[in-house]
Ligand binder design. Structure first.
Ligand code: PNW
Length: 471
């Protein structure tokens, strides 16, 4: 039942992001991003952890790529640190910054690993934040310029290009609840940020397309919420789900796929803003042809209508007195019963299946990639040095099976990127949450592939999901 094969040419990858793995925060001309500023501010991250050193990937690039090849992985999704390439967010590129990514891409290609490059995984140059950040329109133009610089440097070597990773997190965790950098808590700023991220995607895609060869495929990675009403027979709960669907999903897919913001979103937030920051042609500009769409999935959301504003918030987005959901004060989030990961996120692979089927229909003809999926567990090395993580194997197995089932009913899924290649800086949670297939001892930087890494490598080599219990 759970065996079955994946399409030929399916990419078996892992993913990381620059700030989470690179370290070398002050080297090569790199200046602070909003995540440097945020993580160095007392109280913002668990234990005061920062990405100053992280996995030291900046210096261990070659061995990390060799390790991926060794495991049998065929693709690698990484992000470019904007302040490494263009320190102030303006002006010419720093060659030393570009050289690191050229070398990384060369190493990957030498090992037969397909590079998938993300331009923006949350590390905005601090100078651009000082000028107003994503709530300001200019940041979208700065992003397009930066996209052009990276494209010029790597055009012939990278085929899979991503403009933005999870703009929802950038906008609503960064400017709404403030649990992510830059830590602002202003619902209107969050909505403005969402819009300028949509615009940045449009302008950035145009910049990439005019620079890159036709074989380059340009997409975006979203983290759609699978929103479930607590009581499907309650019209109030259904309306709560509709509101969250608008704020989590359609605020992006509206402009990106259909060229317009959904009217219900504008109505739900009308008491906060008249959306006059949306320029006349912006929505059309945001809608560029997508060569592929990336889906990041971890857990579904269960919501209900809750009158009154002292609703407990267990939405799994970190601790804050401020909501990441502008105008949705009467929505409560519920923890579904059943197993959870170390993040407290419930495990539900059917959400991934639903997303792939739904986006296959919403974006007809657009190939899909699962650009992130994975789980954090409290992994510890055994006395013999191995790391046994049967829970992660079970998680991956169930979610890969969901991918396979979606493919079987016609979803055009071309690859899967496990989050993450290795344990790394898990944003506000610091180094305490381990998502890696490879264990990292942060005191020594020693990498140890966990049992799940071997298991996943085997799946990648065979292109087939073995029945569970055969690992
Ligand atoms: C994603 N949420 O982050 C990111 O793309 C990764 O960098 C990150 O390490 C990974 O998922 C695991 O967290 C998210 O609160 C962070 O809904 C928070 C949320 C979603 C995704």
């Amino acid at each position: 039942m759970s065996s079955g094969s994946f399409p030929p040419g399916f990419l078996w990858g892992s993913a990381t992001a620059a700030y989470q793995v690179e370290g070398a925060a002050g080297e090569g001309g790199r200046t602070p991003s909003i995540w440097d500023t945020f993580s160095r501010t007392p109280g913002r991250t668990e234990n005061g952890d920062t990405g100053d050193v992280a996995c030291d990937h900046y210096h261990r690039r070659a061995e990390d790529v060799a390790m991926m090849a060794d495991l049998g992985l065929t693709a690698y999704r990484f992000s470019v640190s904007w302040p490494r390439v263009q320190p102030t967010g303006r002006g010419p590129a720093v060659q030393r910054g570009l050289d690191f990514y050229r070398a990384l891409v060369d190493d990957l290609l030498d090992h037969g690993i397909t590079p998938a490059l993300t331009l923006y995984h949350w590390d905005l140059p601090q100078e651009l934040e000082d000028a107003g950040g994503w709530p300001e329109r200019d940041t979208a133009y700065r992003f397009a310029e930066y996209a052009d610089l990276v494209a010029e440097a790597l055009d012939d070597r990278v085929e899979l290009w991503t403009t933005l990773n999870e703009p929802w997190c950038s906008a609503f965790l960064g400017y709404g609840s403030g649990v992510h950098a830059p830590g602002r808590t202003d619902p209107v700023a969050a909505l403005r940020a969402a819009h300028h991220l949509n615009l940045a995607h449009g302008l950035g895609t145009q910049a990439l397309r005019s620079r890159l060869p036709a074989k380059a495929k340009i997409g975006i990675s979203l983290n759609p919420s699978v929103v479930r009403p607590l009581d499907p027979s309650s019209s109030a709960d259904l309306d709560a789900a509709r509101r969250i669907d608008a704020l989590a999903n359609r605020v992006f897919t509206g402009p990106l796929l259909h060229g317009a913001y959904p009217p219900d979103l504008l109505a739900d937030t009308a008491h906060l803003t008249d959306w006059s920051f949306v320029g006349r042609d912006d929505e059309k500009l945001s809608k560029q042809r997508l060569d592929w769409l990336g889906i990041n999935y971890y857990t579904p959301a269960v919501v209900s209508h809750a009158p009154g504003d002292d609703v407990p918030r267990t939405d799994g987005h970190g601790v804050s007195d401020h909501s990441p959901w502008p105008g949705a004060d009467t929505v409560a989030f519920h923890q579904p019963p059943g197993e959870r990961t170390a993040m407290g996120w419930s495990i539900d692979p059917s959400g991934l299946y639903e997303l792939l089927v739904q986006y296959g229909q919403d974006a007809p003809g657009v190939p899909l990639y699962v650009t992130e999926n994975g789980a954090a567990y409290d992994d510890k090395p055994e006395a013999d040095g191995t790391v046994q993580d049967p829970e992660r194997i079970a998680y991956l197995h169930a979610h890969l099976d969901a991918v396979r089932r979606a493919v079987a009913v016609g979803a055009d899924v071309r690859g899967y990127f496990l989050w993450s290649l290795m344990d790394n800086f898990e944003w506000a949670y610091g180094y305490g949450k381990r998502f890696g297939a490879v264990h990292v001892d942060f005191a020594t930087q020693k990498r140890t592939p966990k049992a799940s890494a071997r298991w996943y490598g085997e799946v990648a080599r065979e292109g087939v999901l073995p029945p569970l219990g055969q690992e």
